[in-house]
Design a protein around this ligand. Structure first.
Ligand code: ME8
Length: 520
């Protein structure tokens, strides 16, 4: 991740999700990614500010509220807790939850608009569009399908409205140069290429208001009581309004610029074109990176509220546990690519990687410590030179390297190589054979000491990925459940105090009930 000044916190954000339906696994994925990066930095002793929240204005929300016979204000109040509850359930360690209906946010949006009107980057002009009365939707010519409404296929009416526009076009060549000069700005590379080719055509100025005649639920435009602000212009500003821009410059400067805006590929254009230009026009320092991940799909289609093919993360977490869901999402796809969601695959990962590889390793070590050492970790000299531990110590740099390139999957691959090696170590050492021969007591002690240490290190390095499991292991080994590894050297040491009495505890990943119906 980016190099920081001493006091500057690492700033990670997620999109603000629309509250027109309850969150699904797509939303869970983005927040799990953000949480994993956040926990990793915290483990490494870095200060992080992690922001998430909800996007509550605009046509989508207004329409959905009306369909529920509710006022938008009432409706959003009811929906927001669903998001907060999910983040609590999934162990998402965010520092702030911003809502675009927060007064403080609205203030900053108004201030930005007035500033940009003052500099001439916002102007008022006529706007031609096509309106579908039954859908209450306004479309541009390009969006129409054979001249009809792209949603319902019915006729549309041409409408000319007076609106406010933001001069995207003025900054197009600046943005192209900026993207070329900063290869890490839009990631992964395939997404940067998409944006670069999109920028080959001239950018149109962005219409940033909607007349109140067709949308009431939004921030009123400061210099016209006839207009509300376009939902995207409002929502993007959250990344700076949340941390005190225009209000608390001190706070703002310790957090901004954002190091990582995490988004799905569906909203990259807003984050890689509109948002940088908004910041540039406001004279605000640029964020470091926008990282666009791919989509979770089901039967080849994006999992989405409108398609109705949603998978409920709450149900999955209840059936398989939060860590299994986190593990599956982080291990199954490389960030940037799409992934086909399948509960069968989740079950397979649960059984093979979690229950068999990691769960059994813990259980066998615990059982052998109990059987041969009354549950206490044996003391041996020079344990840190055991080849299994040398391999384990090398994990820190590998995981760091992988996470620097936003690749939690590669990090987990490296961790699982060590888990596999530790299981092989048990098979090769055969502690149960050593235990029968008093002359090999030292060898037995060495083997179990090395295994216990390996497990301690695995738990530490798993904290960003599988926080619950890591906490259980660390707790049972009587180690701090909030480890701190500031340098590679701090990871390459023995962690468990000899003589510690280790609790084997319940299975980390209980056997799945074969009879149980899949969750989805
Ligand atoms: O776009 N796979 O909100 P939104 C992976 N309010 N991720 C998915 C996904 C899927 N199938 N479906 C959704 C908005 N996501 C705006 C954002 S930001 C200032 C405003 C995730 O509720 C992914 O992160 O439609 C995607 O970008 C986001 O949810 C869209 O959420």
């Amino acid at each position: 991740m980016s190099a920081k000044g001493n006091d500057k916190q690492i700033y990670i954000t997620t999109p603000l999700y629309y509250v027109n339906a309850k969150p699904h696994i797509g939303h869970a994925y983005t927040n799990i990614l953000g949480d994993t990066f956040t926990r990793y930095h915290r483990l490494a002793g870095r200060e992080v500010f992690f922001l998430t929240g909800t996007d509550e204005h605009g046509t989508k929300i207004e329409k959905t509220a009306r369909q529920h016979n509710e006022e938008p204000r009432e409706y959003v109040e009811k929906m927001v807790p669903l998001f907060k509850d999910l983040w609590r359930l999934l162990g998402i360690q965010y520092d702030q939850f911003i809502r675009t209906t927060d007064e403080a946010h609205k203030e900053v949006v108004r201030a930005v608009l007035l500033k940009l009107e003052g500099t001439g980057d916002i102007y008022r002009a006529g706007y031609t569009g096509w309106y579908c009365t039954p859908c209450e939707s306004f479309w541009t010519k390009l969006q129409l399908v054979e001249g009809k409404c792209p949603d319902c296929g019915r006729d549309v009416q041409e409408l000319i409205e007076d609106n406010y526009f933001f001069k995207l076009s003025k900054y197009q060549s600046w943005l192209i140069e900026y993207i070329n000069a900063n290869p890490g700005f839009i990631q992964p590379e395939m997404r940067r290429n998409e944006i670069t080719s999109f920028l080959k055509d001239p950018l149109e100025d962005l219409c940033i208001t909607r007349p109140k005649a067709r949308l009431e639920w939004g921030i009123e435009y400061p210099s016209s009581s006839e207009h509300v602000v376009y939902v995207w212009f409002d929502a993007l500003i959250n990344y700076v309004s949340a941390i005190g821009m225009e209000v608390d410059e001190n706070r703002f400067n310790t957090i901004w610029p954002a190091d990582l805006h995490l988004v799905g590929k569906d909203i990259l254009r807003q984050h890689a074109v509109y948002w940088p230009i908004m910041l540039k026009a406001c004279g605000v320092e640029m964020f470091k990176t926008v990282l666009a991940h791919g989509w979770w799909t089901m039967q080849g289609a994006k999992v989405s509220k409108s398609r109705g093919n949603i998978v409920d993360p709450v149900v999955l977490a209840k059936v398989y546990g939060v860590d299994a869901l986190r593990y599956f999402m982080l291990r199954e796809v490389t960030v940037g690519f799409d992934g086909a969601f399948s509960e069968d695959l989740l079950r397979q990962r649960y059984t093979s990687d979690l229950a068999n590889d990691l769960g059994n390793l813990w259980f066998r070590n615990g059982s052998m410590l109990e059987k041969y050492f009354h549950g206490a970790v044996p003391e041996v000299s020079g344990a840190e030179t055991d080849p299994l531990l040398l391999m384990t110590f090398a994990l820190w740099n590998k995981v760091e390297e992988a996470l620097k390139s936003y690749d939690p999957r590669a990090a987990l691959d490296a961790i699982w190589k060590v888990i596999t090696a530790a299981n092989q170590f048990v098979e090769e050492k055969k502690p149960w054979v050593l235990a029968k021969d008093p002359a090999r007591a030292e060898e037995l002690a060495r083997a179990l000491r090395a295994l216990t240490e390996c497990l301690a290190h695995l738990a530490v390095i798993l904290t960003p990925f599988l926080p619950d499991t890591a906490r259980k292991i660390l707790d049972r080994l009587k180690l701090s459940t909030q480890p701190l590894i500031r340098t590679t050297a701090e990871f390459s040491v023995l962690m468990v105090t000899p003589g510690t009495s280790v609790e084997r505890g319940e299975a980390l990943f209980p056997k799945l009930d074969e009879e149980k119906e899949p969750a989805s």
